[in-house]
Ligand binder design. Structure first.
Ligand SMILES: C[S@@+](CC[C@H](N)C(=O)[O-])C[C@H]1O[C@@H](n2cnc3c(N)ncnc32)[C@H](O)[C@@H]1O
Length: 294
């Protein structure tokens, strides 16, 4: 055993608990090698001696929220691609957008607010923007707010730049690259400016930060996409996040999670909607909520 390894072993469970508390992410013992690696790389970047030094500082002062989030950024899974889970997008384009266009046309105009929570490098919110572009014929008459948030600042930077490699298109239909991107060379593609301009990115920790928040516009939302995020959270953190989403949605608003997450037992505040085999969740309208609780 190398010097310091024993001391680090004692710190790892404490750091792991702090990570779960602050970010929701779970780091069971089988991931502690990974955790030690991330502590080492964070220590190097911050000019500290070694992993134990970085871990020691976090444990001594858990108020170092940014240091814990920095660690989470090194450890979280950022995997994403355009039109991921195509059956979900088919339901969104074919059914949900139709319902919303009818419901959200009112006396003060046509308004739609959609939030991609845990958007990684932007493929999800841009797929939503493209779906709107394709499926809402009078889009120019709509006041659309398309929000996209993530904990990871480097992912958000990449999302704002909107330059993508082939890997982001690995399950995308042929028309996507041809219609909405410009080839840059080196196998990179730039998203068309009209689509890029539809999305507003911001940093938000789903577990530690407050929402709904009218300043960030995360209130009265029509649809929240939060896919492949909750599955990495502890059960308690996932339940808390889903409760926040319920408050952020308008009555009748939709919560869309990944197929693998839909069976989690944390959606009891919602009505389950099944659209061609895709399970979604809908916040009960005020009248139906009263009926349910009666
Ligand atoms: C696997 S990606 C999912 C991307 C996209 N939603 C999709 O389905 O393709 C998970 C994302 O959740 C983000 N994440 C993890 N913990 C978070 C937290 N506490 N608050 C906000 N985002 C978080 C990660 O940074 C990462 O970008």
């Amino acid at each position: 055993m190398k010097p310091g390894e024993n001391a680090l072993l004692k710190l790892l469970p404490v750091v792991s608990d702090l990570l779960t508390e602050r970010t929701g992410l779970r780091f069971p013992p089988e991931r502690w090698d990974e955790l030690a690696g991330a502590l080492m790389s964070a220590a190097r970047e911050h000019g500290l001696r070694d992993a134990e030094d970085f871990a020691g500082r976090i444990v001594a002062d858990p108020a170092r929220a940014r240091a814990i989030e920095d660690l989470a950024q090194r450890l979280s899974v950022n995997e994403t691609y355009f039109f991921r889970e195509p059956e979900t997008f088919a339901a969104f384009e074919g059914k949900i957008l139709g319902v919303l266009q009818a419901e959200r046309t009112g006396k003060d105009g046509k308004r739609l607010k959609i939030w991609s929570a845990g958007c990684s490098t932007g493929e999800e919110p841009y797929s939503i923007a493209i779906a709107l572009w394709r499926c809402v014929p009078d889009l120019k008459d709509w006041q659309v707010t398309l929000l996209a948030s993530d904990l990871n600042v480097s992912s958000l930077e990449a999302a704002r730049a909107a330059h993508y490699g082939e890997w982001s298109f690995r399950q995308a239909p042929d028309w996507l690259g041809k219609t909405y991107f410009q080839r840059l060379g080196n196998g990179r593609y730039a998203l068309r400016a009209e689509i890029r301009g539809m999305v507003e990115f911001f940093r938000l920790n789903l577990v530690a930060d407050a929402y709904p928040n009218p300043v960030q516009l995360t209130d009265d939302v029509d649809v929240i996409f939060c896919r492949n995020v909750l599955m990495y959270f502890s059960a308690a953190a996932a339940a808390r996040v889903v409760d926040g989403f319920c408050r952020a949605l308008r009555p009748g608003g939709y919560l869309i999670v990944a197929p693998a997450e839909a069976s989690m037992r944390i959606f009891s505040e919602f009505e389950t909607v099944n659209l061609d085999g895709v399970t979604l969740f809908r916040k009960p309208s005020a009248a139906r909520a009263v009926k349910r609780s009666a």
